[in-house]
Design a protein around this ligand. Structure first.
Ligand SMILES: [Zn+2]
Length: 462
């Protein structure tokens, strides 16, 4: 039984068939319009180029970045989280949570409950389950996500992983990563792609951010971006993929021969039990009951900022977690905390750059560029925060995100007006809202069509 026979019976067969055809056509058009405007066809590709400082693009010719910026939206830098190190910053981007909440608050850390030390090779679920990464949110919504390297992507988060993921292997050529992720998005019909490159961070550490030999590395990443954009275009995905290219942190010059703070000179084993990590910052375990004595011993040391856990400044969002040790310190930009100045000095010629410092320092802030059907064109907006990426991607993929510290209000400044307005529902979007709107619109248009059919003289088309 057709739609028409429900309304009219079968005596007006020819008219009825015409009406049914026009009704179905109308339905198709309405569904198409709603599907495209609601982002049903949208895909998101999140790319991180590790340690890509915000000013690197001004240091040499980067035509592909220039092209991406002209076709999309950028900002002077992105405000990232503290400490400005790879694992905490990447997991903040993926979850929209500050490190004290997601729990990956350093590259190396100690958990007193587990009585275990975390290193970057750790993929045990229990370390990662303080947050829900975006690739898990996607699969929970019935979407498909593929991650080609990202901190946390190898761990099962509450028994879930991305639809596709890869075990970290730095030797996989960058182009191979691009080919795989774009094939997921095209042939595999994936909705979300996430990928990671370890440059220009590796070279930045070795050379320092201001060495002329870093320029070819930046140019190489520009060529990888060119290859990525071309592969997306050749796969027919250019009008569907919202591409975000960003990074975790910046880089600054260090001098391991002359600019180190050797804490062993100020605090001995009577107050200091162990140092969990060292470098631009340090989590320290005092001897039992010696927290304040350890802080007192290190207070006033030049180029060092030392705190009892509870006194760590609120702006760092780095205190409310058991993995924050009773005493925490961070160094002035370019200075390194060590327990052995002699061994540090031996690495002075091979390690000339670092990061991890105060996230308010301009040199710690990374790039951010986004381009695609949802984003503004040739626009520069105020900096967003790295916690805003998670709710932004949830918005673009029509997903209800897990609780997070980000702001969709800030994220929406990146979007063109049509996409931003269509999705303007209380800070998070849900498929059901759009299904409801879709049915209402279909009902109104169908009623109008029936009215016109029954009253042909009511509409005069000149
Ligand atoms: Zn990094």
């Amino acid at each position: 039984m057709g739609v028409c026979s429900v309304f009219y019976g079968l005596e007006k067969e020819d008219h009825c068939r015409d009406f049914e055809m026009s009704f179905l056509l109308l339905l198709t058009v309405v569904q198409y319009v709603l599907h495209t405007t609601a982002g049903g066809d949208m895909k998101v590709l999140l790319v991180s180029m590790d340690g890509f400082r915000n000013d690197y693009l001004t240091k040499t010719k980067t035509p592909s970045f220039d092209k991406l910026i002209a076709s999309g939206v950028t900002m002077a830098y992105m405000n990232n989280s503290f400490v400005t190190n790879t694992f905490p910053c990447h997991y903040t981007m993926a979850t929209g949570l500050y490190p004290e909440t997601h729990g990956i608050l350093a590259n190396t850390m100690y958990d007193p409950e587990f009585n275990r030390t975390f290193t970057m090779a750790n993929t045990e679920s229990r370390w990662w389950e303080g947050g829900e990464p975006i690739w898990i949110t996607a699969v929970k919504h019935g979407l498909q996500s593929g991650v080609y390297f990202w901190p946390g992507s190898e761990a099962a988060i509450h028994d879930r992983k991305a639809t596709q993921w890869r075990k970290y292997n730095q030797t996989v050529p960058f182009k191979e990563r691009v080919d795989t992720v774009v094939s997921w998005l095209s042939e595999g019909k994936f909705d979300l792609g996430v990928m990671y490159f370890h440059e220009p961070d590796s070279s930045g550490h070795r050379l320092g951010p201001n060495d002329p030999n870093l320029l070819p590395v930046i140019e190489e990443m520009d060529k990888i971006l060119e290859y990525l954009m071309l592969t997306i275009e050749n796969s027919g995905l250019k009008d569907k993929v919202n591409l975000i290219v960003t990074s975790d942190h910046g880089m600054t010059d260090i001098d391991l021969a002359h600019r180190v703070v050797d804490i062993s000179r100020y605090a001995n084993s009577s107050v200091l039990k162990s140092v969990v990590d060292q470098g631009s910052s340090s989590h320290m375990r005092p001897q039992e009951g010696k927290d304040r004595e350890l802080v007192a011993a290190l207070s006033g040391v030049e180029h060092l900022h030392v705190f009892l856990k509870e006194d760590i400044p609120e702006r760092f969002h780095l205190k409310n977690n058991r993995r924050v040790m009773p005493v925490f310190a961070y160094a002035d930009e370019g200075w390194m905390i060590t327990t052995n100045a002699t061994t540090s000095a031996q690495r002075a010629n091979t390690s000339k750059g670092s990061h991890g410092y105060d996230n308010e320092l301009i040199n710690m802030k990374p790039i951010f560029i986004a381009s695609g059907p949802a984003f503004k064109v040739n626009a520069t907006v105020d900096p967003i925060r790295s916690v805003d990426i998670y709710p932004l991607i949830c918005h673009l993929l029509n997903m209800t995100g897990a609780p997070n510290n980000g702001s969709l209000y800030r994220g929406k400044t990146l979007l063109n007006s049509s996409f931003s307005e269509v999705h303007s529902s209380q800070g998070s979007t849900s498929q059901s809202v759009w299904m409801e709107a879709s049915y209402t619109l279909v009902f109104i248009l169908a009623s109008l069509n029936i009215y016109i059919y029954m009253n042909p003289n009511s509409v005069i088309i000149s």
